[in-house]
Design a protein around this ligand. Structure first.
Ligand code: 9D3
Length: 253
């Protein structure tokens, strides 16, 4: 996978390029990630990337020319052509990012250009001519598209085969099924009179696995019932959830 990010603030992306799983994936060559600043593609001496909106009103709009220059450079620097890249504009007007959306992106073509906007947004004609898809990360106002681009990148990179250690990715499987995670504990066994649940100290791997699945189901039912309504539970899962609900009702009397 190759990704070019078009941004006025490439230094913000050190957050993903220089730490953790994302950094390792880049080092391992699982993804080529480059940054292109539209400011490099201006022709005036002040390197102006924005201008006043036609029709008036507050704020500024990103100009087409620097964005077009940046997109052309992205294709060149990824050694590909415009036909073979998927252009995604991070925008409050986009479809909200979900697990399904994240999973659909790498299959749709492995050359991706992400455009992070600033100011009030970018000239609509650039979107009409070049953008394949607009993506939002949720209904709250941010200052620009850089953090959303990093959110999308982090979610994409974690899914690349080999990005997570073997153990992590195997564990991932059970909870990538649309359930919340079970609770986690580490040493000491008791702190401030609070004990780790006995089952986790039992060494009985089958019981532990069942307990974790039951906790995942129960917590999803309590906290995110919307996730359960779109999920068909297997008979054993339904039984675990029923027992969780029964236990919970027993101590809320
Ligand atoms: C406060 C200005 N808004 C109304 C006049 C419009 C507006 C313009 C630009 C609101 C936010 C932004 C910058 N945001 C993004 O570029 C963005 C974003 C977001 O703000 N929330 C969720 N997802 C995204 S993706 C890109």
């Amino acid at each position: 996978m190759q990704v070019a990010v078009i941004t006025l603030f490439p230094e913000m992306f050190r957050a993903i390029s220089e730490s953790g799983i994302t950094r390792r994936a880049i080092e391992q060559g699982l993804i080529k990630l480059i940054y292109i600043n539209p400011r490099e593609f201006t022709s005036d001496k002040h390197q102006t990337v924005d201008d006043r909106p036609y029709g008036g009103g507050p704020g500024m709009v990103m100009r087409v020319e620097p964005l077009q220059g940046a997109l052309n450079a992205a294709c060149e620097r990824l050694s590909t052509c415009r036909e073979n890249v998927r252009v995604i504009y991070l925008s409050p007007q986009g479809q909200v990012l979900t697990r399904t959306k994240v999973e659909s992106i790498p299959q749709q073509g492995s050359n991706i250009v992400l455009i992070a906007g600033r100011y009030e947004g970018i000239d609509e004609r650039f979107i009409d001519a070049n953008v394949d898809e607009e993506v939002s990360i949720g209904d709250y106002v941010l200052s620009g598209g850089e953090l959303p681009a990093m959110v999308l990148l982090d979610a994409l990179i974690r899914k690349l085969p080999g990005a997570l250690g073997d153990k992590q990715s195997a564990e991932q499987d059970s909870f990538e099924q649309g359930l919340l995670d079970c609770p986690h504990y580490t040493r000491p066994e008791e702190m401030n009179g609070l004990r780790v649940p006995d089952v986790l100290l039992s060494g009985d791997h089958k019981r532990i696995e069942n307990w974790r699945l039951q906790q995942a189901l129960g917590r999803t039912w309590e906290r995110r019932p919307d996730l359960l309504s779109s999920k068909q539970l297997a008979a054993d899962e339904q039984a675990l959830l029923n027992a969780y609900i029964a236990g919970r009702e027993a101590h809320t009397d």
